[in-house]
Design a protein around this ligand. Structure first.
Ligand code: COA
Length: 214
C-alpha cells in the first residue's frame, strides 16, 4: 500500500506539488515549514502542521516526503534539505501530475517533479530531483543533469544537454543541440543560441552572459 506523503515547505512551489500529488490520487497529510508565521495556514485545503519536528511522530516506514522547496536561480535550499533528510532515512516521492505528458521512451530519475502540462519527449533524460515545471517542454534526446529546474513555459529543444543544478527561466528557449555547463541560470524569456560551458547567468535575446549583480 502506498504511504501517505508529507510536503516539506509550504510556499508557492509546495502548493503546486500538493496539487499534483492530489491530482495523482496520493494521500497528502499536509506541509511542514520552518517559518512559524506559516504554521496553521491552509494551502490547497491542507494544513501547515509545524516544522521538521512533525517528522518525530512518524517513521520512514509509515510516511514518505515530497520536496516543496522551489528556489528561483539556486537549488541550494531544496538540495541540502532533501540530502539532510535522506541521510536520516527519509524517502522522497516522485511527483508526476496526471496531465504531464511523458514519453515512455524518456528516462526519469528518482525524485523528479513533472508538473501540470509539462512535456518530456522521447529519448529525454531527466536527472534526479529535477523540476519540469508547468507547461515546460523538454524535447527529444535532451539531457537534464541532477536538480535542474526548467521553469514554467520554458522550451528546451531537441538534443540539448544542461548541466546539473541549472535553472532555465520562465519562458526561455534553449535552441537545439546547445550545451550548458553546471549551475547555469538562464533568465526569464532569454533565447540561448550558443553553448556556455562555464555556468553563470545568461539573459536576453540572443542570450549573453552577465555578472550576477545585474
Ligand atoms: C535574470 C534574473 C535571475 C535576474 O534577477 P535579479 O538579479 O533579481 O535582477 P533584477 O530583477 O534586480 O533586475 C536587474 C536588472 O536586470 C534586468 N533583468 C532582470 N531579469 C531579466 C531578464 N530575464 N531578461 C533581461 N533583463 C532582465 C532588469 O530589468 C534590471 O535592469 P535595470 O538594472 O536596467 O533596471 C531574474 O530576473 C530571472 O529572470 N529569473 C528567472 C525567473 C523564473 O524563472 N521564474 C520562474 C519561477 S517558477
Amino acid at each position: 500500500m502506498k504511504l501517505p506523503v508529507l510536503i516539506i515547505g509550504a510556499g508557492g512551489h509546495a502548493a503546486v506539488v500538493a496539487d499534483a500529488l492530489l491530482a495523482a490520487g496520493e494521500r497528502v497529510l499536509g506541509f511542514t515549514n520552518t517559518d512559524t508565521a506559516r504554521h496553521d495556514r491552509v494551502v490547497c485545503g491542507l494544513h501547515v502542521l509545524g516544522d521538521d519536528r512533525v517528522l518525530d511522530a512518524h517513521t520512514p516506514d509509515t510516511l514518505t516526503l515530497a520536496n516543496g522547496l522551489g528556489g528561483v536561480g539556486s537549488v541550494a535550499a531544496r538540495l541540502t534539505m532533501q540530502q539532510r533528510l535522506q541521510a536520516r532515512g527519509w524517502r522522497f516521492v516522485d511527483v508526476r501530475h496526471p496531465a504531464a505528458l511523458v514519453s515512455r521512451f524518456a528516462r526519469v530519475h528518482d525524485g523528479a517533479q513533472l508538473l501540470a502540462a509539462s512535456v518530456v519527449q522521447a529519448g529525454a533524460e531527466v536527472g534526479e530531483g529535477c523540476i519540469v515545471n508547468t507547461a515546460a517542454v523538454v524535447e527529444h534526446d535532451v539531457t537534464l543533469g541532477g536538480w535542474v529546474h526548467v521553469a514554467p513555459r520554458a522550451l528546451v529543444c531537441g538534443d540539448v544537454a544542461i548541466g546539473a543544478r541549472s535553472h532555465i527561466g520562465a519562458g526561455a528557449i534553449v535552441r537545439q543541440g546547445i550545451r550548458l555547463g553546471e549551475e547555469t541560470v538562464v533568465g526569464a524569456g532569454a533565447v540561448v543560441v550558443r553553448d556556455f560551458a562555464g555556468g553563470g547567468l545568461l539573459i536576453g535575446v540572443p542570450a549573453y552572459p552577465v555578472e550576477h549583480d545585474l
